[in-house]
Design a protein around this ligand. Structure first.
Ligand SMILES: [Zn+2]
Length: 298
């Protein structure tokens, strides 16, 4: 949730103006063949709103992703206003579905009126997940007790609308698992987004029926614990995401991230698991459908 300059076409020009990057983004390093045969990839968590991405750039950004086989996008809202914008996109844009909620950073904005309005949005068929919600004790942008109360409220909303959760957890692994267990979150399941914990955490999340979504961090060679879990996790519980515009994978580390870059993360996870990237794409798309009932049709 840190500020990132609004991207314009300049970023693309910057990338394509670099001869090395042309090979990387233009044809994915010559690996196009391994992605053929209809391997469709879904970005299980991205942000397409706010100051991150100018609204007139969204369609072009998604078109770039689709040109590289990334055909599904779970677009995530972080507060009530953002959730309204995300739902509007999900209703209009092919391949886009919504995850709506109040991020722990924004928990202080929660009121009974927000809860009621959010519940109304969550009942829309284009909404597939509730969140992102959870705990962030790294930035502490809302008081911890407020974060927990709002997290619990959204787990109850997920149960009320019978949709899975999109969980953000940072520097609060024990508390996150405790709240999920106490609120009976195994009844709705969900995604641990931008998975950044170790095997012990993963095992407890898997026991609760949750799926693990791996981000661009997985491409960082020094991300040992996360890469270990990405290699080890059950095949029917793994997903990949960008969390765009944050956390761009290698070879775009440090640049604004975009949904098409999920292919680099998918390649890294496939390599760690010793399977072809196309197989990883197939698995993760199937897994998303098993969890939320939706997969992109083309
Ligand atoms: Zn996010």
């Amino acid at each position: 949730m840190q500020g990132i300059a609004v991207r314009t076409g300049a970023f693309v020009l910057e990338v394509t103006g670099d001869s090395f990057a042309v090979a990387g983004w233009g044809d994915f390093g010559g690996q196009e063949g391994s992605w053929e045969h209809g391997a469709m990839l879904v970005d299980a968590h991205c942000h397409l709103t706010g100051s991150y991405l100018a609204s007139d750039q969204v369609e072009a950004t998604l078109a770039r992703a689709k040109a590289h086989g990334v055909t599904g996008f779970i677009a995530v809202g972080t507060d009530l206003d953002d959730s309204r914008t995300v739902l509007d996109m999900a209703r209009r844009m092919p391949g886009v579905q919504a995850s709506l909620g109040v991020h722990p950073h924004e928990a202080k904005s929660w009121t009974p009126d927000v809860a009621a309005a959010l519940e109304g949005l969550l009942r829309d068929p284009a909404v597939r997940f509730v969140g992102e919600t959870g705990l962030d004790w790294h930035y502490d942008l809302s008081p911890r007790e407020v974060q927990e109360e709002v997290f619990r409220a959204q787990i109850r909303l997920a149960r009320a609308v019978a949709k899975p959760l999109m969980i953000h957890t940072r520097s609060a692994p024990e508390a996150t698992l405790r709240v999920l267990e106490e609120e009976g979150a195994s009844g709705v399941r969900g995604i641990i987004h931008c998975f950044s914990e170790d095997r012990a955490f993963a095992a407890r999340a898997l026991d609760l029926g949750f799926y693990l979504s791996f981000s661009g961090i997985t491409t960082f060679k020094n991300a040992g614990a996360i890469r270990d879990v990405a290699a080890w996790a059950p095949s029917d519980r793994i997903l990949v995401e960008t969390d765009a515009p944050f956390l761009a994978p290698v070879p775009y580390r440090g640049k604004p991230n975009e949904p098409g870059f999920v292919r680099f993360t998918a390649e890294a996870v496939a390599e760690l698991r010793g399977i072809p990237p196309a197989k990883l794409a197939q698995l993760t798309t199937q897994n998303l459908e098993a969890l939320c009932g939706w997969a992109p049709s083309s």
